[in-house]
Ligand binder design. Structure first.
Ligand code: PLP
Length: 447
């Protein structure tokens, strides 16, 4: 018998090499790793015990804070009770309970939930539902999908196709056919240093009318936008923009999808940004905050008329040929229910709304520091654009990332040369001060 110590299943040298990290500069990371080993509430801890203040809610997801006891206990209890239930043709009670709870948080008649495991899956699910919805209603010519420049909708082929981030698209061929894009709503000359929704840019929604004139409404299935484009560097919608998109979609029978993978679950001070903006889309995609990042989960909220359109024909026949082995996984449902309880019991969405003004004020205190080109606070998040180094786009942002981890005990996110912050919603006012104090020092260090 082979000795345990020599089995490849037991001990192997851990040189970090085999793990191909996602959306990461692998060689730079492996030369100087940024590892976290433990977390609690507002903090991460490195393997050697340093305490980092989490200014990024992990990756925009741990909205309730890290390792919260009620969520941990719910996951532990669920793991001991029911590890897995088949997602197709069977289910378990917590899936229905969570769907009801999520639907109750959503505006209007967004009252049905399709579960999946990530934001990318949620987006591809929503796009497929849009196409299938028109199909079942006899409008099979409605196949075009409209996204927006600088949009991020995950990494599935559908999400990348409607997304508008060049580096995410250019290596992957032709993507989906029949996709068009609205312009980005960002214009630094017109909007720099706006707090919240900029005054300029509402008219850019009229581009949808131009695309309708070009393609004809009878060929367009859906428009998908992030209410606040977050991953690209936090771009709040110009005043009136989303309302206009809604009106144009209504006029032409086009479905409007809000991708709320980041903006959902309190980030904008409400359960969904749709509520903040008073615009009810036809579908909302969500993920991340639904379980406060503790177990992977995503989903799509759909309006009643969309669900109803599928509920026709013989009752033993599957209505939508789509789903995932781990749709509504028991661990994710248990985590989701405990997370929603925490959001409710600690009024975390209202808390984010109240903290928005001091957050914005603290963010704006960085104006005037070296290389700061724009600061865009909205909800409990902000994008801070730094000037790129000549001929080295992204290098200053990367230096800021390294400095934050190694020198300032802060977790932040750098997107190119833009710093993005989005703390857990349990952040205190003094921690907000601490975050921006550290960010100010980092900006000076990388000047
Ligand atoms: C708006 C939006 N959609 C989709 C996604 C993809 O989510 P995931 O990484 O869970 O697939 C993200 C991730 O940041 C996102 O911000």
């Amino acid at each position: 018998m082979e000795r345990a110590s020599t089995s490849p299943l037991s001990v192997v040298p851990n040189d970090l090499e085999p793990y191909w990290m996602p959306f990461t500069a692998n060689r730079a990371f492996k030369a100087r790793p940024r590892l976290v080993a433990r977390a609690k509430d507002m903090h991460y801890f490195t393997p050697d015990g340093r305490k980092l203040l989490d200014g990024a809610a992990g990756l925009w997801c741990t909205n309730a804070g890290h390792n919260r006891d009620p969520i941990v206990k719910a996951i532990q209890a669920q793991a001991a009770e029911l590890d897995y239930a088949p997602a197709f043709q069977f289910s378990h009670p917590k899936a229905f309970e969570l769907a009801s709870r999520v639907a109750a948080l959503a505006p209007g008649d967004l009252d049905h939930v399709f579960f999946c495991n990530s934001g990318s899956e949620a987006v591809d699910t929503a796009l497929k539902i849009a196409l299938a919805f028109h199909n079942v209603r006899g409008n099979a010519s409605r196949v075009r999908l409209i996204g927006r420049e600088r949009g991020y909708h995950g990494v599935g082929f559908g999400g990348v196709a409607v997304g508008g981030i060049v580096s995410n698209r250019k290596q992957f061929g032709a993507l989906l056919a029949g996709v068009d894009h609205l312009s980005s709503t960002y214009n630094r000359a017109e909007q720099a240093f706006s707090i919240g929704e900029p005054e300029w840019g509402g008219h850019l929604a009229d581009e949808l009318d131009r695309l309708v004139a070009l393609h004809d409404a009878s060929t367009i299935a859906a428009v998908i936008v992030e209410p606040v484009a977050a991953s690209t560097g936090v771009l709040p919608p110009p005043k009136g923009y989303l309302q206009k998109l809604r009106a144009i979609c209504d006029r032409h029978g086009i479905l409007l999808i809000f991708d709320e993978v980041i903006t959902g679950f309190g980030r904008m001070g409400y359960a969904f940004a749709a509520e903040r903006y008073g615009v009810t889309p036809d579908m909302i995609t969500f993920a991340k905050g639904i379980t406060s990042g503790s177990v992977p989960m995503g989903g799509v909220l759909v309006r009643k008329h969309i669900y109803d359109a599928f509920m026709k024909g013989p009752e033993h026949v599957i209505e939508l040929f789509h789903g995932y082995t781990y749709s509504a996984h028991p661990l994710a449902c248990a985590a989701g229910l405990a997370t929603l309880d925490l959001y409710r019991d600690e009024n975390l969405f209202e808390r984010a709304r109240k903290l928005e003004a001091p957050w914005a004020q603290a963010a704006m205190s960085l104006k005037g520091l070296p290389n700061v080109l724009d600061i865009r606070p909205v909800g409990l998040t902000v994008g801070i654009d730094l000037a790129s180094k000549p001929d080295a786009v992204g290098k200053r942002g990367y230096a800021a990332l390294e400095a934050s981890y190694y020198d300032h005990d802060l977790m932040l996110r750098a997107v190119g040369d833009t710093l993005a912050l989005s703390p857990p919603l349990i952040v205190s006012e003094s921690q907000i001060g601490e975050i921006f104090d550290k960010v100010g020092k980092i900006i000076k260090q990388v000047a």
